[in-house]
Design a protein around this ligand. Structure first.
Ligand code: FES
Length: 158
């Protein structure tokens, strides 16, 4: 078992709230992701057993959303939006800057395990482009100076 007792309890609790069990898929996936930090086939199977929904339906939902990593990631998952508003406001150069700053390529994790850098589709904060999400937090109206400050702050907290 990958999911701990607390996650199993929370998934069951969420599933009990919905008249249709399928409505519990995303909340269950979210609970699992917050415990483990990523998702995989074994986790889909566990969720499937817990809420009694076919594995394939859990996997379909989980793989649709890029916000759920499918392999282990660093302590801080940096998701830079690369969609149209952010692209027009310099998202590509921001990703390149982060690649240089962190000495990783997109999709990789730093050697110290602190940061994983990816780019993702629209995060729904287009009016504050360019922006990125790190774990659960949004960072908006980004500049290189602001990125430096954010990364420095996260390193100091680690
Ligand atoms: S285009 Fe980047 S948040 Fe929407």
């Amino acid at each position: 078992m990958i999911l701990n007792e607390e996650s199993i309890r929370r998934i069951k609790e969420k599933a009990a709230k919905y008249p249709r069990r399928k409505s519990a898929i995303l909340p269950a996936i979210t609970v699992a992701y917050r415990q483990v930090g990523h998702l995989n086939d074994d986790i889909y199977r566990e969720i499937s057993r817990i809420i009694n929904i076919p594995y394939v339906e859990i996997a379909e939902a989980a793989t649709f959303y890029t916000l759920f990593p499918k392999k282990p990631v660093g302590k801080y998952l940096i998701q830079v939006c690369h969609n149209i508003s952010c692209a027009l406001m310099g998202a590509d150069s921001l990703v390149t800057y982060l690649e240089e700053k962190l000495s990783v390529r997109k999709g990789e994790t730093t050697d110290d395990g602190l940061f994983t850098l990816i780019s993702v589709e629209c995060l729904g904060s287009c009016s504050t482009a360019p922006m990125m999400q790190i774990n659960q937090d949004y960072y908006e109206n980004l500049t290189r100076e602001r990125v430096d400050q954010i990364i420095d702050d996260l390193k100091a907290k680690a």
